[in-house]
Design a protein around this ligand. Sequence first.
Ligand code: XLS
Ligand code: NI
Ligand code: NI
Length: 450
Amino acid sequence: MSQEKIITRGPEFFPNIPRINYEGSDSKNPLSFKWYNPVQKVGGKTMKEHLRFAISYWHTMQGEGRDIFGNPTVVRPWNTASDAKQRAADTANAAFEFFTKIDAGYYCFHDADVIEEAGNLRESNERIDFIVGILEELQTETGIKLLWNTTNLFSNPRFMAGAATNPDASVVAYAAAKVKKMLEVGSKLGAENYVFWGGREGYETLMNTDMQRELDHMAKFLFGAVDYAKKIGFDAQFLIEPKAMEPSKHQYDHDAATCLNFLREYGLMDYFKLNIEANHATLAGHSFEHELTVASNAGMLGSVDSNRGDVLLGWDTDQFAIEFYDTARAMIVILNQGGLGSGGLNFDAKLRRGSTDLEDLFIAHIGSMDAFAVGLLVAEKYLARHKEILANRYNSFDSGIGEQFESDNIDFEAFENHALNNPEPVTISGKQELLENEFNGILNDVMKAA
Ligand code: XLS
Ligand code: NI
Ligand code: NI
């Protein structure tokens, strides 16, 4: 280990990049927002308040352009020091320079993103304390807040067969110790949420897996985290992030509906909400909009990992969301429930491996922030129409037999009586194509007005 003094506050890492400003949709400057205008009011709140963008430390600061066949394609200037603490300090400085220049209000991290694990837990915790001191200073100076933190319980080989669901109790203990530490960190840094993504909570084969026992362990583990957070006065919203597969063949948090069932079964509904990720929805064979709706209907949509997959690729490509149609459909669900509360839109998204310039990091975030701004504007215009469409389509339940059905005042004999004594039901068009065209019209109006 180097004996040299660590420089905790470094030079600029993006000297050629100015603070990104809104310039309007006619601007040709790639380093400007075309639609995202942080101070623009949309239905009473500013765009910044609605969208609550957060930057993912793991992709944005630690992404190196690695894939399963290829080595890193980039070496970031903040990641070159040989000493782990120096590297972490440089990365934190670069991170907050990035967050400030891109004008994001929030960030998110795993323990392993902000400083490399040491050879043992005690030393790893000491390293975490070192970097958390710097993060705390940077948060105070810049006003940037921690949307959520989480614990990496999936990269280290000790978690190969799971963390909370590991068949070896000593690994479960290790995982709990790491979560305990990160709950303390979340509390210290004022995290508004705390995320559980069960990367290795799943299985490869039932030949060696007692699924029931593992699920029981997962629930007990989550109760342990709830208890400890309460004990230290950490009142962040806890979030579970569903994902169907990858790295496990079958993950226990498969999709929103599976998570809700698990939380209900074990009595955890009051302590958790869901963090819905677009690309995880598609891995589960659903649309982003579907997963958001399932969570929202249950009053459990807490936050969003706003990325996208690739329809031609079957894995978690974590691309930046740029399709206006998708962002608009997502924002309708979010606006419909009155926003995300303490949650936000976290860019769990990374550059393509071939995008190797430093400025590409800015360009990618700008594109996605703009896409969500357009989505917000469309959603704001479309929401009333959306409600009207649904109200009209189901209006046969507002009176007569339908109303009696909804208020539990009818039985099957009365239903039969109704069917026998009324004409054959006539088909009523669902008007899908008309609605799609109308939706495109609203999108077009928003683009023209910007
Ligand atoms: C991986 C997950 C992960 C979580 C945080 O697919 O999306 O990045 O968001 O652990
Ligand atoms: Ni995620
Ligand atoms: Ni993901």
